[in-house]
Design a protein around this ligand. Sequence first.
Ligand SMILES: Cc1cc2nc3c(=O)[nH]c(=O)nc-3n(C[C@H](O)[C@H](O)[C@H](O)COP(=O)(O)OP(=O)(O)OC[C@H]3O[C@@H](n4cnc5c(N)ncnc54)[C@H](O)[C@@H]3O)c2cc1C
Length: 301
Amino acid sequence: MNEIIMYDVLILGSGPAGLTAALYCARAGKKTLVLGGDRLGGQTAGIAVLENYPGWAGSGLELAEFMKKQAEIFGAEIKFVSAKEVAGDAESAFNILCDDGKRYVGKVVIIATGASPRKLEIDGARELFGRGVSYCATCDGFFYYGKDVVVMGGGNSALNDALYLADIAKNVKIVYRKGAFTRAEEVLRNRVSERENIECLFNTDLKKIAKTDDDKLCITTTADQEIICDGLFVAIGHEANTDYLTEDVKRDNMGRLIPSEMPKGMFVAGDVESEIKMQIATAVGTGCSAAMDAIAYLNQL
Ligand SMILES: Cc1cc2nc3c(=O)[nH]c(=O)nc-3n(C[C@H](O)[C@H](O)[C@H](O)COP(=O)(O)OP(=O)(O)OC[C@H]3O[C@@H](n4cnc5c(N)ncnc54)[C@H](O)[C@@H]3O)c2cc1C
């Protein structure tokens, strides 16, 4: 029979939130295991040039590799397996079944499994991802200086993206399938309506996307109208990666975990958490904060 190792801290996710939490927990002398999912770095692995994480000039993956090494220097262990089920509780210890068929046991769990942008499922969207189609205006907006872009969506994220892009791009069109931005905050609606280079196309949905001969995007709407632009930013929501948790762990209306509502001994950090502004800097900040809460909790056991 395999020996069961009891960890002080099990961390789910090897993105910036999970790796930061690992550094803090390991450096505080806690026996720490990161169950890092299918790949190091989470969403950062897809960032070729990271320009807005203070103190860093390099790719997102290089940052994650550096964070991993730093956590390992202080004794954190990392395995690239994904959680399938979290059982147990703070009284009896948590045990996490992973996709390698093994169970890992720990006194506390820090959840940092991130969120994935809801993907646009129309013809051409998958093929043109990274070649005109983006899910992150803050990350990719810079490449559209003085160009024409379209934002798809009608919630706060879409309007925030449109306002951000309006400072960079020449023209921004927001396409939204409903007749008004009823899901977005009034302050954002007002700001959008005040911007001369933002146009809103309501009751409009998208059917397909293709490249034109001169490397622009041709977006066809469900009403067969064609929009020619340089970039399409999709902001139709995010899905938190929490499938492996039971229903009784409380989520907000976006499916994200609410830090103050977590069961005893469970902590949350990064994009999986409600209310967060989804950036590396905020993931690192909440990773640090969740680790400090977990350390304080362990110290009073
Ligand atoms: C294309 C793109 C570009 C971006 N550019 C920037 C940028 O320029 N600047 C910036 O600040 N932000 C950028 N972001 C956002 C930033 O990457 C995220 O906000 C940040 O990575 C969130 O960190 P996280 O640790 O919370 O989650 P993630 O980075 O999403 O990491 C989640 C981790 O959890 C793991 N995981 C998932 N499910 C499980 C499971 N069941 N069990 C165990 N592990 C699991 C994943 O494998 C991953 O390791 C970008 C995002 C994208 C998609």
